[in-house]
Design a binder for this molecule. Structure first.
Ligand SMILES: [Zn+2]
Ligand SMILES: [Zn+2]
Length: 268
């Protein structure tokens, strides 16, 4: 049934998955940032700052770093089905586009790093918004996630889900501005800064990869683990980006803890 319903898509060489998303993306980003700024101006306390950073980090690690990046883009580990739903909820709130958009653009970035076909490009603001600038993803790049009805549903209804979230935020704009506003803002910034800086010949390289990727120590404090970008380009399917004793990867520590209680499988 599901296979029959996507058959026409697979007959196309390219599937347009990004069309008409840019305007919607800006609308929701501005709405969430307005909510975040409103809450910050109306009710600023350092407790809310700490809560916002902690929430943004948790949702970004579970949703983007584990779910979108290591599991669905690179298949670096296996996960219990129920935990995939948890990661998907976190990822949708962390506002990095749908899983299909993220996986497609990210795999193209790895395949064509620092070339004309690299969706991350070279202009910093385009890098932040890269997945909304790409109009077409070759279907072969995303065939696995396109076959998954759950991913297709989340992609199709991505912006409708955000309409529902925004309506819910209106119930208590100050509370949700401090929480959901911070999660969206953080998720967008954490990903954007790594994409902007980690191919700019700043930092150091452990491996002589065919691209300009680098590891940036100070970015590790901000990104917790994604700053080890050269290590990641060297072995994209490794669940742990740390490859020297002096390097650390918080997402890998989380994965090892989840593996201990059998929620994920990190063996290769
Ligand atoms: Zn990269
Ligand atoms: Zn990657």
């Amino acid at each position: 049934m599901a296979r029959a319903s996507i058959a026409p898509i697979f007959r196309q060489k390219y599937k347009v998955v990004m069309l008409n998303t840019r305007t919607k993306f800006y609308f929701f980003l501005i709405a969430y940032l307005s909510l975040f700024l409103y809450a910050t101006v109306i009710d600023f306390t350092w407790q809310w700052v700490v809560i916002g950073i902690v929430l943004a980090r948790i949702f970004s690690i579970l949703g983007i770093d584990l779910g979108y990046h290591r599991l669905w883009s690179h298949k670096a580990f296996k996960s219990a089905k129920w935990f995939e739903y948890v990661m998907m909820i976190c990822a949708i709130l962390a506002y990095n586009g749908s899983s299909i958009m993220y996986v497609g653009t990210h795999r193209m970035h790895h395949a064509f790093s620092d070339t004309d076909k690299d969706p991350h490009g070279t202009i910093w603001w385009k890098i932040c918004l890269y997945m909304y600038e790409v109009k077409e993803i070759p279907i072969r790049v995303i065939s696995d996630v396109m076959r998954n009805p759950f991913h297709r549903w989340c992609h199709k209804h991505y912006f409708k889900i955000h309409i529902a979230i925004l309506i819910m935020c209106l119930i208590d704009p100050v509370f949700f501005g401090h929480t959901i506003g911070a999660i969206v803002f953080g998720g967008f910034l954490f990903t954007g800064t790594v994409n902007v800086l980690a191919h700019r010949k700043i930092g150091y390289r452990n491996f002589d990869t065919d691209d300009n990727s680098t590891n940036i120590r100070w970015l590790q404090i901000w990104s917790l683990h994604e700053g080890l970008h050269n290590n990641h380009h060297h072995d994209a399917s490794a669940y742990d980006f740390a490859m020297k004793p002096s390097e650390y990867d918080v997402a890998a520590i989380v994965l090892r803890a989840l593996a201990r209680v059998k929620i994920v499988d990190i063996t290769r």
